[in-house]
Design a binder for this molecule. Structure first.
Ligand code: CMP
Length: 225
């Protein structure tokens, strides 16, 4: 079923199909329902995860209780590796925003796997570098872009993971509440709502509960720049 998605993760980027399958089969499957917390920021971490189906949000909380979402990850993506490569507590809280199936791998097993297949390390580095690139971009957007620009960018980013082509446009079933979308954009719910309403009036998007249909990608891309 979801094997192929999981096996496409950088973790499995070795040519040996038998060994890959053995590693995959040694991984524990975890099922989550929306709202389940897998681990919390600050806890010790001894395993990483690969998503087979569903969506996982990674968030941080400020001392006064406000929340910021670092990312929403989908099938084939990995998380929980930072506390291995840079030993220390979990840097974010991971919870599910949709029913999800994920596979976990203990750090010890991961280290043994990398030692046996050094090429895997290169692919993991690539994944980390991609993430740093994205994080830098998000950071720059927080400083240089206005909220509508960041909303447009977040929608386009979510569409690369969760978008589905339809006759009308790209339907993105993000499963996020308005509050979560605002936490992802780093703005208040009201401001994000206003931007979305404006996009809808202009005919760039149509809102459908916890999904949005991107009707005019060109305009959204220009607004995101
Ligand atoms: P870890 O610190 O073990 O637990 C939280 C995980 O969230 C972390 O490993 C990464 O896998 C993931 N993570 C942390 N920061 C980001 C980010 N900026 N973008 C995407 N994922 C992140």
């Amino acid at each position: 079923m979801d094997d192929d998605v999981v096996l496409s993760a950088p973790l499995f980027a070795t040519m040996d199909a038998d060994e890959t399958r053995t590693l995959f089969e040694s991984m524990q499957q975890v099922e989550l329902t929306r709202g389940d917390v897998l681990f919390r920021e600050g806890e010790p971490g001894d395993r990483l995860y690969v998503i087979a189906t569903g969506k996982i949000k990674l968030g941080r909380r400020s001392n006064d209780g406000r929340e910021n979402l670092l990312s929403i990850l989908g099938p084939g993506e990995m998380f929980g590796e930072l506390s291995l490569f840079d030993p220390g507590p979990r840097t974010a809280t991971a919870s599910s925003v949709a029913d999800s199936v994920i596979y976990e791998l203990g750090h010890e097993q991961l280290v043994a796997w990398i030692e046996k297949h050094p090429s895997v390390a290169k692919h993991l580095l690539e994944a980390l570098a991609r993430r740093l690139r994205r994080t830098n971009e998000t950071l720059a957007d927080l400083v240089f872009s206005d909220v509508p620009g960041r909303v447009a960018k977040a929608l386009l980013d979510l569409s690369t993971r969760f978008g589905e082509e339809t006759d009308e446009g790209v339907r993105v079933a993000h499963d996020l509440t308005q509050e979560e979308l605002a936490q992802l954009v780093g703005a208040s719910r009201e401001t994000v709502n206003k931007a979305l309403a404006d996009f809808a009036t202009r005919g760039w998007v149509r809102r459908e509960g916890r999904a949005v249909v991107l009707l005019d990608l060109d305009r959204l891309e220009r607004r995101a720049r």
